[in-house]
Design a binder for this molecule. Structure first.
Ligand code: FES
Length: 185
């Protein structure tokens, strides 16, 4: 049995869950190096939508790291989630430039409109509100990432209008910049 396959069995998932394949691919690409932890956790979150405990145990075993270390990294970075995410996720940047631009008003307005606290998902599983540290595109502050697009110079009303539109089945179109493009600003 491969090292990865053995780990899956150890992690107690039955060894057959296809979502582990994406994690295994990254583990192999990085040759099981411990400094690849963030990349591996990112792949795990992509595969599962969040980081279940058994997946973190699996990653810890594969990289021969203590579980507490993996857990610490997963909880330090706000882009990792330990809870299932909603179908749509709005991430509000609360880094300094965005905070000065009143990003906290956007968080409060969304929180009130959808009765959801930051870090939580609406009971119907449709929407998650998340906050994060600086996203590296401060020139666009206040910044919101929604539907994998970076929205700059946001306002509480404008962001809520976009969320309403998407939750009603619409899309953001091409008005906003894709995440990678905006990060380069
Ligand atoms: S502070 Fe929000 S992008 Fe930098």
């Amino acid at each position: 049995m491969s090292e990865a396959g053995q780990g899956k069995k150890d992690a107690g998932n039955g060894g057959e869950d296809p979502r582990y394949k994406g994690i295994d691919r990254v583990l192999k690409k990085l040759q099981f190096k411990q400094d690849g932890l963030i990349e591996v956790l990112t792949a795990a979150q992509e595969a599962f939508g969040y980081l279940p405990e058994e997946v973190m145990i699996y990653v810890a075993r594969q990289l021969k790291l203590p579980f507490s270390w993996v857990y610490g990294v997963a909880t330090f970075y706000h882009f990792f989630s330990l809870k299932p995410q909603g179908k749509h996720n709005a991430i509000i940047c609360l880094g300094t430039a965005c905070y000065v631009g009143r990003a906290n008003d956007i968080v409060d307005a969304i929180s009130k409109e959808y009765s959801v606290e930051p870090g939580h998902t609406t009971p119907d599983g449709e929407f998650t509100l998340t906050t994060t540290r600086c996203l590296g595109c401060c020139g666009l502050a206040p910044v919101v990432v929604f539907e994998n697009q970076v929205l700059g110079k946001e306002t509480p009303e404008g962001t809520i209008d976009k969320i309403k539109m998407v939750l009603a089945g619409g899309s953001l179109g091409t008005a906003a910049a894709p995440v990678e493009e905006a990060s380069a600003t």
